[in-house]
Design a protein around this ligand. Structure first.
Ligand code: GRF
Length: 203
């Protein structure tokens, strides 16, 4: 099965996916890596795995709709079974989301439904939360609101900063994402109405 990974920044989740593919832990082919930021380190990581990443600079488009249409054309040229958002920092238009409904996953650095949006680590710390983590979810029209597929958590420790908490959560992300993608490409994971199912069982 073919997957297309969308990135904007560092690309550590992309690297975790590429490592899993290389090591045979994930039976998928990364057909393309597309970044909305030409300078993203994620493109260098893709190149390190022999993948010529593509840059599609959102600043070159007159509107969000125009960018999303161009992005969809770039993705669909690779005919992927699954689109994987891996630190892709763009709000998506409803048309784009609907086009990939049930075949697009995102990873978000919080235990959803807690802390959708940005600055999740600082918000968890400010709340005095005992646990924090990451969630893989299907992408739907609601920002960070689609059905959760898989979550992992870490304890919050005294003296944690947003930065060290983020790096502990990232380690969890790197385990979660290849696993969830593997379920999808094996045909085990589905979006069924408003819930995700694994082997037909609601998650
Ligand atoms: C991750 O924390 C991801 O959950 C969030 O953005 C970050 C991307 O990190 N959406 P990376 O680019 O994969 O290193």
């Amino acid at each position: 099965p073919r997957i297309v990974v969308l990135v904007s920044g560092e690309g550590s989740n992309l690297e975790a996916i590429l490592d899993a593919v290389r090591d045979g832990r994930l039976q998928a082919r990364v057909a393309a890596v597309i970044s909305n930021r030409p300078e993203a380190n994620a493109l260098r990581r893709a190149a390190g795995h022999g993948i010529a990443g593509e840059a599609l600079d959102h600043r070159a488009y007159v509107s969000r709709e125009a960018f999303d249409e161009a992005l969809a054309r770039a993705i669909d040229a690779h005919r992927p079974e699954l689109v994987v958002l891996a630190g892709f920092m763009r709000i998506l238009t409803p048309a784009f989301v609907n086009h990939y409904l049930g075949r697009m996953l995102n990873i978000h650095p919080s235990l959803l439904p807690a802390y959708p949006g940005l600055h999740t680590h600082a918000r968890a710390l400010a709340d005095g939360a005992e646990r924090h983590g990451a969630s893989v979810h299907f992408v739907t029209a609601e920002l960070d609101g689609g059905p959760v597929v898989l979550q992992g958590w870490v304890p919050i420790r005294t003296g944690d900063t947003p930065e060290n908490l983020a790096s502990r959560v990232l380690e969890v992300e790197h385990c979660l994402y290849p696993l969830a993608i593997g379920w999808f490409v094996a045909g085990r994971l589905r979006l069924d109405g408003k819930r995700a199912t694994l082997d037909g069982i609601p998650l």
